[in-house]
Write a protein of this length. Sequence first.
Length: 104
Amino acid sequence: MDTSIGVVFTLDMHGNFTWICENIKDITKYTQEDVIGTNISRYVYPDDLDFILHRIMIAKPGHTDKSTFSIIDKDGKIFSVTSRRLVTNDQILGILYKEKDDGS
């Protein structure tokens, strides 16, 4: 999983990262050690935070969902990502993809 395209991660039902692949460093400059055990709210742009936390709270087992929102990397750069998630055994398995830069 560490060599996948995008970033594969798991969250508990409170939004805390329980695992994330090494690719996270390529997109956000954060390491696995930086992220595991922290809450997703630390990385989501404030305007999108309520939306993402709501999506976590309404997660249902076997349900897949796709969301687009902005995150903040370790250097403070804000960019859009798309995340697809699947809920299983009270864990959210997600795959995060960085959106293409729009040149701005």
